[in-house]
Write a protein that binds this ligand. Structure first.
Ligand SMILES: C[S@@+](CC[C@H](N)C(=O)[O-])C[C@H]1O[C@@H](n2cnc3c(N)ncnc32)[C@H](O)[C@@H]1O
Length: 309
């Protein structure tokens, strides 16, 4: 099978989820199926999900030898409770998400994720979704574009780039990756090694796929789907996402909540988890040498509290 995606932090994920015969694990970001395959090789059953039809097709073919121990469902992990409910499953021993795009999605020019390749400005992971990157770039207001580039890309020249886009699109719609990359490069010339359009493309991808809201929805629902002692493992690739994971897990692991206006702390109704990792796990030097993409990966793990006696 052609190269699709090299999974990150593989050993660390296996240590976190401890797959073995008799365990049922949810992989919410199937991608090329690398993590799922390792979980299967250790004897676990895996229910996987991806919103990208191509990923489902590719990984299902790859994992066919595991027969009924593997099942792939197409969908957004933010909606996993509704999708999983239909299978009759009520809980998992482990849950994993490894978010962002796969190398295959980035490398496939036609998907429009990369400023290195000329293609329609698309960026949808789910090709049935309505809104493409071109839709946003050609219709969002100056303020909205600035907010997207600043909030999701932490792009310091967000306002200048947004203005340049609005000006350019008034004479000709922006429909391709190269057209956008050129407008951004002219408005905000290169500083350092990074291509000037890097952060704008990252921000647009997050907006097109509503990635931060999907992460929040998943984290809100996942703890209730873990069996007592079951583990949640989340891999992120940039600080915005890692911050959301860190803060949400901290909330779910706090026995009590306190506010200045309360006379005393109160029990936290969302106290489902205990933290396994206080600090995120990062890739080793050996792994980053082999797979530069792993450099920004952060893994956080939490465990569902034991059943009440
Ligand atoms: C980094 S890759 C996962 C790689 C995978 N762990 C492997 O070993 O090959 C991310 C995958 O998650 C999918 N994805 C990202 N966000 C998603 C979401 N909200 N719901 C479902 N799938 C999502 C993407 O389509 C992509 O295939």
């Amino acid at each position: 099978m052609p190269f699709y995606h090299l999974p990150v932090l593989m050993q660390e994920v296996l240590e976190a989820l401890q797959p073995q015969k008799g365990k049922l694990i949810f992989d919410g970001t199937l991608g090329g199926g690398g993590h799922s395959e390792a979980l299967l090789q250790h004897g676990a059953r895996v229910v996987a999900m991806d919103q990208d039809e191509e990923a489902i097709k590719h990984a299902s073919a790859r994992l066919k030898p595991y027969g009924e121990r593997f099942c792939a469902l197409r969908g957004n992990f933010r909606h996993f409770p509704q999708i999983i409910e239909e299978t009759g499953i009520s809980g998992f021993d482990g849950m994993l998400i490894d978010i962002g795009v796969s190398s295959h999605q980035l490398d496939d020019a036609a998907r429009g994720f990369s400023f290195m390749r000329d293609a329609p400005l698309d960026m949808r992971m789910d090709t049935d979704a309505e809104q493409t990157a071109a839709d946003i770039v050609n219709t969002a207001s100056d303020e909205e574009l600035t907010r997207i580039f600043f909030d999701y890309g932490e792009e310091q020249n967000a306002r200048r780039i947004a203005r340049a886009i609005v000006k350019a699109r008034s004479s000709r719609l922006i429909t391709t990756t190269m057209q956008l990359a050129e407008i951004v490069s002219t408005a905000s010339p290169k500083r350092g090694k990074r291509h000037p359009a890097t952060l704008v493309f990252q921000a647009l991808r997050i907006a097109v796929n509503d990635e931060l809201a999907a992460l929040r929805d998943f984290l809100a629902a996942a703890p209730k789907w873990l069996k007592p002692g079951g583990r949640l493992a989340v891999i992120t690739f940039h600080s915005l996402e890692d911050r959301i994971v860190k803060q949400t897990l901290a909330h779910l692991a706090a026995p009590q909540l306190d506010r200045p206006e309360w006379p005393a702390p109160r029990p936290n109704p969302d106290h489902f988890l205990t933290l396994v990792t206080k600090k995120p796990i990062e890739a080793s030097a050996d792994e980053t040498a082999l797979n530069p993409r792993a450099r920004s990966a952060r893994l956080r793990v939490a465990e569902r509290l034991p059943a009440a006696p």
